[in-house]
Design a binder for this molecule. Sequence first.
Ligand code: CAA
Ligand code: NAI
Length: 717
Amino acid sequence: MSELVKFSVESGVEVITVENPPVNALSPGVPEGIAESIGRAADGASVRAVVLIGAGRTFVAGADIKQLEEQAHGRGPGAPNLHQLLKSIEDCPKPVVVAIHGSALGGGLELAMAGHYRVASPDAQAGQPEVNLGIIPGAEGSQRLPRLVGVAAAIEMFVSGKAIGASEAVRLGLFDKIIEGDLRAGAVAFARHVAESGGPHRRTRDKTEKLGSPESNAAILDAGRERARKIRRNMIAPLRVIDAVEAAVALPFEEGCRREREIVEKCLAGEEARALIHAFFAERAVSKVRGISKETRTHSIRMAGVIGAGTMGTGIAMVLANAGITVLLKETDQAALDRGVASVRKNYESAVHKARLTAHEMEERIALIQPQLTYSSFGDADIIIEAVFENMSLKKQVFGEIDKIAKGDCVLATNTSTLDIDEIAGATSRPHMVVGIHFFSPAHVMRLVEVVRGARTDKEVIATAMALAKRLRKVGVLVGNCRGFVGNRMMLPYMREAQFLVEEGSTPSQVDQALYDFGIAMGIFAVDDMGGLDLGWRVLQDTKRLLKPGDRTPLVLEKLYDAHRWGQKTGAGWYRYEDGRTPIRDPEVEALIETTAEQAGIARRSISKEEIIERCLYVMINEGSRILGEGFAQRAADIDTIYITGYGFPAYRGGPMWYADTVGLSKIYERILEFHREHGEYWTPAPLLERLVRDRQTFAAFDAANEQAVTGSPESQ
Ligand code: CAA
Ligand code: NAI
């Protein structure tokens, strides 16, 4: 018997337990173990029914994604074909009851659907998230789910990839019963009951009544494809899964399964699956930090202080309160404090309106946020997060003040997006307790948090910040203390290049459209308008100080700033706005760009979409290489995670560094050399990129080579 699957017989019911921590993935040994137990139960004279259950925190989270990764890269056979196993469960002469707690995801749900009955804990979830990995269900889920929940509901689950809760699963016919209390005992009792009732115990494959008619399905399939194109822009798998559902309704079960298999194989051979599987593991790898192990002590956080109740401070306060942490929210005067508190309430009310929160939960969370005008209670805080204006002398003053009142083991964090953490830390008597925790706007929505390590930051403080990010349900990525850290440092040359492109002949909307078509959530000029051109202007003034003679600098931004076209907040920027948020092409800006270019002697020409993408992305990739080479990011994959979770980079392209690998580093390098010749020194190739090209390497190989150093010896710095 497989080590990963245990069995026991209780009152005539064979209980098969999958025990493959952490998430009971269907790794080698698990399907075999289940098959063996089912065979025994089928033959066992004393066994009347079967319960299949998971040990630990969840039922089965699906196929082993490591195996899928190997197949996607042609390095292994991939996840096993579960057809025989699922058939043996469905054909078992004794009723098979699947007991679900935690999540039944992907192959886990497919396994469950082969059972005759499904019972679940009240908090259980079920989903087919395969599209998030660029594939479709590979264990007959596309054939069984529509039979259980109907075509429309199945398509919604497949395309959205979102899990549904237990009561919704019961409503749809996916689960048969919710069991309060002990799931295992309840499932055994349920199994005895159905065995005694004598059946029939219908096989899911034989259920066709929810499959609908060709007429009704045509409209549902069309609507599904439309939705897939909308919410899964440019992706292949969400459309292919609907082809598989079409097969489920048109073909006999076995043929439908074969069709599904063909589609999965094709998806796994494609760039989309490779990129998304990379993104999945990249997001999980970020929590592994060089020099920090599971044993590294973290400070416990029960009470937090937040300084500044502006855009960021209010969002950060909400995020902390959402995690059950008491928050002292401080402002300089009552009016600003009232505005901050009102903004918190407004955001929560909107969540209640969208049914994401109950009114009771909202009040509980608001009660955790205690408005303050002084630091008098801050001595009790376990962490203080500063979110005042982006001004070094103000930040130093604030850190000097909190240094006097914070308790000795209080973590002192700054949300600065550009300033030097070490200089801020220098304003305190305890620079080892100071760390950057850089949230993104809006803080209560965006998943990314950059945890910025200062030169003297204690590793326990870093571990605490990383653990806090996880507790806040954010993706915390450790970055080094350089200008703009990782995300904004790469954003700057990208934004500047976009401005050069418009000066040379594009329009803001052409650049934005090319980026949008590439898959980026929002064009760079629309982003600039949202953030505010005054901010971009300030950054430009700052960077101008660092320019060398002959360096090129954007010209139009200054003129827009002078004309008080500061973006959405003033109703006009690179675009104009009628409703305050939808960008509309503005001929006035285009004329301004033309005259500016003319005055500067820049010859305008027609610029292809391809060049727009190359210049915007390669300049970003070059900066990413520099960051990586200088050690300000631990891995290329960390940069990918930052860009996917914080900057709207399409996950199905794997992030900028992964995308660079797929284009080919030597091709990118050649183009960078051309741009260097045409446009100047700022296109100098990053040394790491040069080295990787010379060694015929990739960023993925660079990461793999470094992984040993990152995870191998926990205490090595
Ligand atoms: N295969 C392999 N490893 C997996 C895995 C899987 N299906 N699911 C999770 N893991 C690993 C993670 O990589 C992580 O490993 P490390 O600790 O080494 O980083 C560990 O399990 C814990 O995962 P999380 O940190 O994500 O834990 P969580 O509690 O936050 O979330 C979860 C748990 C909801 C199950 C989440 O891990 C998840 O969504 N997993 C993926 C589920 C999925 O996509 N399943 C479909 C797989 S494809 C499939 O099944 C194809 C098919 O049709 C046969
Ligand atoms: P904001 O201008 O909206 O809010 C700053 C608030 O701090 C103001 O309400 C001000 O009254 C208050 N304040 C100033 N001095 C104070 C003091 N001594 N004590 C208490 N409150 C004080 O600014 P925003 O946008 O929230 O930015 C805050 C910080 O977050 C800045 O460092 C910024 O760079 C950073 N940041 C901003 C992002 C954004 O998109 N807005 C994104 C990520 C980081």
